[in-house]
Design a protein around this ligand. Structure first.
Ligand SMILES: C[S@@+](CC[C@H](N)C(=O)[O-])C[C@H]1O[C@@H](n2cnc3c(N)ncnc32)[C@H](O)[C@@H]1O
Length: 354
């Protein structure tokens, strides 16, 4: 998924550095899970995973990829649907997704608030999704909820289907990168009819744990050999920039406001978006965290200063800094334009004193 700070393209590099620096262990805490790309990678390497994020849509992805640990068969639902797939060899999830791709679009919170159809009375009608795709999103979201209420799917199946929706909707959003603003002209991607995509199952032989929490609240609870920290690195909060993914995941009819139709995010503000509180949080994590090694992903454009990070971490163990160049996608503060730019990615490594 396209997401600010997604580490998907850096995973091999991070792992190489870990091997070089002899960071070993069996358990891994992905403290700022986001898209779960890091958790997935280390789950596939058979680490026991703990992951957490302030955003509920991230929790949906965590439940689907990290705590679910089997290929699901949607037995009860498929028996009830009695739906014939067009493909002879379709797996259960492919059959369910195919079914969802042919249900009737309906009106609902997304089409009523984020498409021109539903917002024509506003001074600037919202153009996040085409009229058709807004109704398709509503239909699929409502159907998944209904199946859960009718007990036709279990919890894992519920979160896996929600994850299919969360992974699919960004491909059809009329935005440039983030949801803080919509584009005023339709992007060709956004006017194509949405087709739901199945997600992959990631299986290892460990029990893995996922949380929808401010991760610093887990410092007493979670113990892992490796803590991996990939916090926000500037003032921009994630919640307003991904508000629509949050609303599709929660589907809770929130009060919304402004041109962009933002939901309230008072409880989802990160202290890592302010230089002073970020250093205080980092200090707390390094001090109280139950880990052997801590890896902090950061970069030279971040609001915490290199000397402050090092002097904070040094209080608790041996610190090393590894830097490499990386081509990063950047979008401006209102999400209207984006550019690509080389910046220095940094990995701060703390090996805690025993
Ligand atoms: C740079 S992104 C992480 C990207 C992730 N590594 C990936 O590859 O997708 C930072 C994430 O931290 C989350 N976040 C910020 N402060 C947090 C906190 N105190 N506790 C939990 N999550 C937090 C944000 O919601 C966001 O998803």
């Amino acid at each position: 998924m396209r997401y600010l700070g997604n580490k998907e393209n850096l995973l091999e590099k991070i792992y190489q550095v870990m091997q070089l620096k002899k960071i070993q262990g069996n358990s891994f805490f992905d403290f700022f899970a986001g898209t779960t790309s890091v958790s997935k990678f280390f789950k596939k390497l058979n680490y026991q995973i703990y992951s957490s994020d302030l955003m509920y849509f991230s929790y949906v992805l965590q439940r689907a990829y990290i705590s679910n640990n089997q290929e699901l068969n949607f037995e009860k639902l498929l028996k009830k649907l009695n739906f014939q797939s067009t493909s002879l060899f379709a797996s259960p999830i492919h059959i369910v997704v195919e079914y969802l791709n042919q249900i009737e679009p309906v009106e609902g919170f997304i089409s009523q608030n984020y498409t021109p159809f539903g917002t024509s009375e506003l001074e600037i009608p919202r153009m996040y999704y085409s009229d058709e795709n807004g109704k398709i999103i509503d239909a699929i979201r409502q159907k998944i909820e209904l199946w859960k209420i009718e007990d036709l799917i279990n919890e894992n199946e519920y979160f896996v289907l929600l994850a299919c929706l969360i992974e699919t909707v960004p491909f059809y959003a009329n935005i440039s990168g983030v949801y803080a603003a919509f584009q005023k002209i339709w992007d060709p991607r956004a006017v194509k009819k949405m087709i739901l995509r199945p997600v992959e199952f990631v299986v290892n032989n460990k029990e893995n744990f996922t949380y929808y929490k401010n991760s610093t609240e887990l410092l007493n609870e979670v113990e892992a050999d490796i803590f991996y920290l990939d916090p926000p690195y500037n003032q921009r909060q994630y919640a307003p920039n991904y508000h629509l993914l949050e609303t599709i995941a929660k589907y809770d009819n929130p009060k919304i406001k402004g041109v962009a139709g933002l939901r309230d995010y008072q409880n989802q503000k990160s202290k890592f978006c302010n230089a002073t509180t970020a250093i205080q949080e980092l200090n707390d994590i390094a001090k109280k965290g139950k880990f052997k090694s801590l890896i902090l992903s950061y970069n030279t454009e971040g609001i915490m200063q290199q000397e402050d990070i090092i002097s904070t971490l040094e209080k608790y163990g041996e610190v090393e800094l590894v830097e490499f160049e990386y081509l990063r996608f950047k979008s401006n503060s209102n999400g209207q334009s984006n550019t690509k730019k080389f910046i220095h990615e940094q990995l701060y490594i703390l090996k805690k004193y025993a």
